[in-house]
Ligand binder design. Structure first.
Ligand code: GLU
Length: 477
């Protein structure tokens, strides 16, 4: 969706990188080494479908191998192209560095409209694409580990994992070749919701800092804040659901490909999503809110928090000046172009940047990869031991109370919660929450401590580039 007069997505990412790099003390050689994309593999393969051979084009781009494996999703969409895959691979490098997942950055894409093919055909296509990448080690537990992205999900990851296992029958760590798998194929609890959950944790952390909220002219907490979400796919749906159900936000508009639904009192996200699933259509015809066919215009409606969760380039030179949201959190990768970013900043908008905001996905992918390599579910060894220790304490308190005639009794709800050991989901959420808090704090530290750092995006790039540079230097480069 590149608009006239704007740089391409990859150029936009590079320009953002340059804004930060000029504030850093990097040798020009190292700066260039970090910025450039190491390699992009293009494959064209044929699959016999519906009586004829269909040719597909796919990519796997490796941006930086300062750490291995390299990590990043595989996207299925008609808009996939080399420039996009390279931009997304670069963002993966910075994202992984910022949230301290020990990976380099990579990304893949297949030029395909998944809705045009039935399940069996898609499986054939996915397996064939995976085969092409696996035989070149572009899918490999120690070298390159894909995950879901736009147009792909658990099902595709399970096919890829199985394809890898078939081609590497004695590889003990085969399952770790891809993340975002279903639980029964070696996945982890909480991966599917992870990116949306990460958006929620990111906002909670932002709202813990009154100084940062003041920059956006916001006060109070998340309760009652008006939210507009663009894209009710996996990321947008989970973010909107958690923010409305758990934090009291009012999602006043949801934008999809065919238009938007609006309700100033707040939409029931579960109900909207169910409507989309059942009707097989998008939002048109949704009976419990008003429908606006011109969805893009709804991005410009008044709200407190705007969450672009669809795709890149949706806020551009053409509409940036009309955006009213004082706070934008980039749940998608690259939703704001370089030029739009400048306009928004000038207008006082605070942007929580993509490389941080949507890092929940890769964070939980990291946990899944570790789970696969350790061949054991998180919490399996500790959970009951933890419960037994808590029970000892509760019983001792109750005994003391009875002995001394104190009449204490612990609230049933407290007891219940205190006595329950952490299962895998609880551990994953705790690890994700911790990651999102720490990464935010590392960004804001740079944001507030340096006069020349205007915004969170530059701060995020500085933290990320600095970490990548340190890794390269430690290798003697
Ligand atoms: N595709 C997701 C992203 O853009 C997840 C990547 C991963 O889990 O490796 O961050």
């Amino acid at each position: 969706m590149q608009q006239a007069g704007e740089p391409s997505f990859r150029e936009s990412v590079d320009l953002m990188f340059n804004r930060a790099a000029r504030l850093m003390d990097l040798s020009p050689g190292l700066e260039q080494k970090i910025r450039v994309c190491n390699s992009t593999y293009t494959v064209r393969f044929g699959v016999r479908l519906r009586g004829k051979i269909e040719t597909f084009t796919g990519y796997r781009s490796v941006h930086s191998e300062h750490m291995e494996p390299v990590k990043g999703g595989i996207r299925f969409a008609m808009s996939v192209n080399q420039d996009e895959v390279e931009a997304l691979a670069a963002l993966m490098t910075y994202k992984c560095a910022l949230v301290e997942t020990p990976f380099g950055g990579s990304k893949g894409g297949l030029c395909i409209d998944p809705r045009q093919w039935d399940d069996h055909e898609l499986e054939q296509i996915t397996r064939r694409f995976a085969y092409e990448l696996i035989k070149r080690d572009l899918i490999h537990p120690a070298q390159n580990v894909p995950a879901p992205d736009m147009g792909t999900g658990e099902r595709e990851m399970a096919w890829i994992a199985d394809q890898y296992a078939r081609m590497n029958t004695t590889e003990l760590n085969a399952k770790a070749c891809v993340t975002g798998k279903p639980l029964e194929a070696g996945g982890i609890q909480g991966r599917k919701e992870a990116t949306g959950r990460g958006v929620q944790y990111a906002l909670r952390e932002f709202f813990r800092h009154p100084e940062d909220m003041a920059r956006a002219g916001l006060t109070g907490g998340l309760e009652g804040k008006r939210v507009i979400v663009q894209g009710l796919g996996n990321v947008g749906y989970h973010a909107a659901k958690f923010l409305s159900e758990e934090d009291g936000c009012r999602v006043v508009a949801v934008i999809e490909r065919d238009g938007a639904v609006m309700d100033p009192k707040g939409l029931d996200i579960e109900d909207v999503r169910q409507w989309m699933n059942q009707s097989g259509a998008l939002l048109a015809g949704y009976p419990r809110a008003s429908f606006v066919a011109e969805g893009a215009a709804v991005l410009e409606e008044a709200c407190d928090i705007l969450i672009p969760a669809a795709m890149e380039g949706v806020i551009h030179l053409g509409n940036a000046g009309r955006i009213k949201a004082p706070l934008i959190i980039e749940a998608a990768n690259g939703p704001i172009t370089f030029g739009a970013d400048e306009i928004l900043r000038r207008n006082g908008c605070v942007i929580i940047p993509d490389m941080y905001a949507n890092a929940g996905g890769v964070t939980v992918s990291y946990f899944e990869w570790v789970k696969n390599l350790s061949h054991i579910r998180f919490g399996r060894m500790q959970r009951r031991a933890e419960e037994a220790r808590s029970r000892l304490l509760v019983e001792e308190l109750e005994r003391l109370s009875a002995d001394k005639g104190l009449g204490w009794s612990l609230a049933q709800d407290f007891k219940q919660r205190f006595l329950t050991g952490s299962d895998e989901l609880a551990l994953v959420r705790s690890g994700l929450d911790d990651t999102m808090r720490i990464a935010y704090q590392s960004m804001r530290e740079v944001w507030h401590s340096r006069q020349d750092v205007e915004d969170l995006r530059v701060a995020a790039y500085i933290v990320a580039i600095d970490r990548v540079a340190k890794t390269y230097r430690s290798k003697g480069l």
